[in-house]
Design a protein around this ligand. Structure first.
Ligand code: NAD
Length: 495
């Protein structure tokens, strides 16, 4: 199939006519379709159209904008299974996970719809008599959204729905490995009654279409999710251009298992956290920090279960772990297996591509565990983004907290303990945007703020109530009905 951009209210090819292929990572002979490889010319056209869209949409009352998003949620619910299936085909994760990804979009739509009747400002007392003082929220303009491959529906909706609810027009550049899911999302928005110029879809590669969007002077808001390396490039440009920028970037998330933990519970948690989505969640458990007293028994319980995980096409019901997204991802995990060996860590299982019959057609890698990983080593510090878990042995809870915090990232952490005081200390002292107690490092809910500290983010949050502040501008209004000149600060003493 041939897919197109959506620009100027129409489905169109890229100006230069170039295309790229969308390939099923479970079977590289399965080409899902060709998509336009856009250039700066396409982005320019998208911006011209989005300006018209902004003019229409900013005047639409926020509850009316919310109604459109509620209908998107309804349409998405009706097509949940079919969207999950096409998402698994282009991204690889099992159907149970892609259904969860769509559900996140549905929840985000309904949350956004309800926000249309809030978008709270403040009304506060004035210093002066017969004068009111209040703040309210205004749309900003065109929001440029650049998204990664691992949540093909959830992450675009996290950005797009609040941006739209706040009255902005949107241009989205989805990850080149998963262009189909966002194409369907745009179809749903149009079916739900969004004025066509309000949304533009520009497919293509990061260095041309993505960079052109980030650099466009008439796009004042950029929201980016992806690697810390790409985020740095995006951040430098937006800083120079004084853009409003939200960055959600890499992670090196840890699960801590203390001596008093429920080991059976922790075992289910680490299996899901480390190998769900083939380790390609931003919140995936990449480090397992285990206290001395339970280290050996817990590692042997874990190894047994990891060896039993079933790799396969995510559309088959018995698959636990799908393929990695592309060949580059497989090569990256392979390189880190070599790093681990060179650093003296012990490879307990996995460590190589899975090449048995059927799996040789896709980007499969065996679930891998290294033990004896040293705090401070590359394996322990760097984001790998694959099914590779590093186990670090610690003596005390304090040492566990120090190891957790001693990385440049700070997205999520998890702490398994039955000591309530340690649990609360963990919430206070673990340097992450999200900490889970007795649950894995993954599992964000749509109505809470999501994001990380240090080099994972730049202080903004997706999701929940906070994201609406990012996509709208605070305006303050004073209404003086005293009928005379009143000078704030200067004559507050005058009765
Ligand atoms: P990536 O950085 O390779 O790409 C992300 C997006 O940026 C893609 O759409 C890509 O085309 C675009 N891009 C690439 N170069 C660009 C440039 N020069 N200018 C503008 N856009 C450009 O990331 P990925 O491999 O798709 O995703 C994996 C990464 O995303 C991991 O590091 C993961 O931790 C991170 N991630 C973070 C979160 C979070 O919320 N913190 C969520 C999901 C993924």
């Amino acid at each position: 199939m041939t897919f197109q951009n959506f620009i100027g209210g129409r489905w169109v090819d890229a100006c230069a006519g170039a295309t790229f292929e969308n390939i099923n990572p479970a079977d590289t002979s399965d080409v899902i379709g060709t998509f336009p490889r856009s250039t700066p010319d396409d982005v320019n056209r998208a911006v011209a159209s989005a300006k018209k869209g902004f003019d229409i949409w900013k005047r639409t009352p926020a509850p009316g904008r919310g109604d459109v998003l509620r209908r998107v949620g309804d349409l998405m619910s009706a097509r949940k299974d079919d969207i999950a299936s096409l998402m698994t085909r282009e991204m690889g994760k099992p159907l149970s996970e892609t259904k969860g990804d769509v559900q996140e979009g549905i929840d985000t739509a309904y949350y956004a719809a309800s926000e249309g009747r809030r978008l709270f400002g403040h009304t506060v007392p004035s210093e002066l008599r017969n004068k009111w003082a209040m703040s309210f929220r205004r749309p900003i303009g065109i929001a440029g959204l650049v998204t990664p491959f691992n949540f093909p529906m959830a992450i675009p909706t996290w950005k797009m729905f609040p941006a739209l609810l706040c009255g902005n027009a949107v241009i989205i550049k989805p990850a080149e490995d998963v262009p189909h899911t966002v194409t369907v999302l745009v179809e749903l928005l149009l079916d739900a009654g969004l004025p066509p110029e309000v949304i533009q879809l520009v497919h293509g590669h990061g260095e041309d279409a993505g960079a052109a969007l980030v650099q466009h002077p008439d796009v004042p808001i950029i929201s980016f999710t992806g690697s810390t390396e790409t985020g740095r490039i995006v951040g430098e440009i937006c800083g120079r251009m004084h853009k409003r920028l939200s960055l959600e970037m890499g992670g090196k998330n840890a699960m801590i298992v203390l001596n008093d933990a429920d080991l059976d519970l922790a075992l289910e948690g680490v299996l899901w956290g480390a190998f769900g989505t083939t380790g390609q969640r931003c919140t995936a458990t990449s480090r397992l920090i285990v206290q001395d007293g339970v280290h050996d028994s817990f590692v042997s319980m874990l190894e047994k279960r990891v060896r039993a995980l079933r790799l396969g096409d995510g559309r088959q019901a018995d698959t636990d772990v799908g393929p990695l997204i592309n060949r580059g991802a497989v090569e990256k995990v392979e390189r880190y297996v070599e790093v681990g060996r060179a650093e003296g860590a012990e490879l307990r299982c996995g460590g190589k591509r899975a090449t048995s019959a059927g799996l040789d057609r896709g980007h499969y890698f065996e679930p891998t565990i290294f033990t004896g990983v040293k705090a401070g080593s590359r394996l322990e510090q760097e984001e790998i983004f694959g099914p590779l878990l590093s186990v670090i042995r610690v003596r005390t809870p304090d040492e566990a907290f120090t190891v957790n915090n001693d990385v440049k990232y700070g997205l999520s952490s998890s702490l398994y303990t039955s000591d309530v005081s340690l649990a609360f200390r963990g919430l206070n002292e673990l340097d992450n945007g999200i900490t889970y107690i007795n649950a894995p490092t993954i599992g964000a809910e749509a109505h809470l703020p999501f994001g990380g500290v240090k080099q994972t983010g730049n202080g903004h949050r997706e999701g929940g109530w906070e994201v609406y502040e990012f996509y709208s501008e605070t305006k303050v209004g004073y209404v003086d009905f005293s009928g005379k000149l009143q000078r704030a600060q200067i004559d507050t003493g005058n009765a």
